[in-house]
Structures are given as structure tokens and as C-alpha cells.
Unconditional design. Structure first.
Length: 180
């Protein structure tokens, strides 16, 4: 391998949790069950996520948690994300707008004013199954990229170049499948 293992893609969540479960925070537990810590890490800002953060940490996920809204941290957090996730089925969420303004892809339900941002919803979902499918596709796409060169090494690269030069200089060596 040429590099260390890549960092997981960072999913951001910026909302508080309510006792009635209206933000569908239980979906975060489903994500923790279905994915690997190599796939995703989380940055969460908002009160009430402690129970879910604990479960993610126990599963080995990297989690940066800020239980209270902090504007200075927030304006640094949003552009640092790979994906912005909002799971509630209400009229929309302000973090969605901030994520779009920062050029961050969004994974949100196609509801409320989310629909007003033409092409702003990168990955729409409503059901748990749709969310899991979206995240599975994103994780698989990334894994395919990594696997495409997984066995390549610098010694192999040098060997293939040596074969090319030997062929050019005396034509005696056959060129194998080059990784260049």
C-alpha cells in the first residue's frame, strides 16, 4: 500500500434531540450497526445526542461531539464535513442551507424548504432503508476506489518500469501487465 489507510468520510449532524424522537435520531443506531468505522466518522453538534454518541464510540467510530451550539465551532465544522445529514421529517433544517453554502453534499429528506434549493439535495431519503442504501452506495464507491490499487507497491512500480526499459533497450524481456 502506498499510503496509510484513508480517513473515514465525515458525516455532520447539527440539531438537538427532543424526548419525542422527532429528529429520528434512532437512525444513527442503525448506521452504527450497518457500517464500519473505516467508512464514516461523525461530527455532531446539538443537545441530547449523548446516548447515540456513546453507542458510536463503543462500535469504534470517531466522533466529535459538541452538546451545545457554539457559533464559532459551527462555522468551522460545516465546511469540514463530507456529508451533512438531517434525519427529521419536519419542514427542513437550517444546517442544510449552511452545508450547501459551504459546498457540502447533503443527505436529507426531500421535504419543506429543502425542496426550494434546486439540486441542493445530494442524496434524498425518507425511509430507514433509503438512508442505509444511500450510505451503502457511498461506502462501496469509496471502497472500490481504494481496492483498485490496493496491491500496488513502490517496488512493483519500479519493477514494471525496469521491464519497460529492458524491453526498449534489448527487446528480450516481455512486458507484464504494468500498473502505470
Amino acid at each position: 500500500m502506498l499510503f496509510r489507510s484513508p480517513n473515514p468520510k465525515t458525516i455532520g449532524i447539527c440539531t438537538r434531540v427532543y424526548p419525542d424522537g422527532r429528529k429520528r435520531e434512532n437512525l444513527l443506531e442503525k448506521i452504527a450497526e450497518k457500517f464500519l468505522p473505516d467508512d464514516f466518522s461523525f461530527k455532531i453538534m446539538g443537545a441530547g445526542w449523548e446516548k447515540y454518541v456513546e453507542k458510536l464510540l463503543k462500535k469504534g467510530f470517531q466522533v466529535e461531539y459538541t452538546p451545545e451550539f457554539n457559533y464559532d465551532k459551527y462555522i468551522d465544522l460545516i465546511p469540514s464535513l463530507d456529508y451533512y445529514l438531517y434525519m427529521g421529517l419536519d419542514e427542513g433544517q437550517m444546517g442544510f442551507i449552511d452545508a450547501l453554502a459551504a459546498g457540502v453534499e447533503t443527505i436529507v429528506p426531500p421535504i419543506g424548504y429543502h425542496l426550494d434549493a434546486l439540486e441542493g439535495i445530494s442524496y434524498p431519503f425518507t425511509s430507514e432503508e433509503e438512508l442505509i442504501t444511500t450510505l451503502t452506495n457511498l461506502a462501496e464507491k469509496r471502497r472500490k476506489l481504494i481496492k483498485s490499487v490496493q496491491g500496488w507497491t513502490w517496488p512493483d512500480y519500479a519493477k514494471k518500469h525496469l521491464e519497460i526499459w529492458q524491453y526498449l533497450l534489448d527487446g528480450k524481456e516481455k512486458i507484464g501487465r504494468a500498473h502505470v
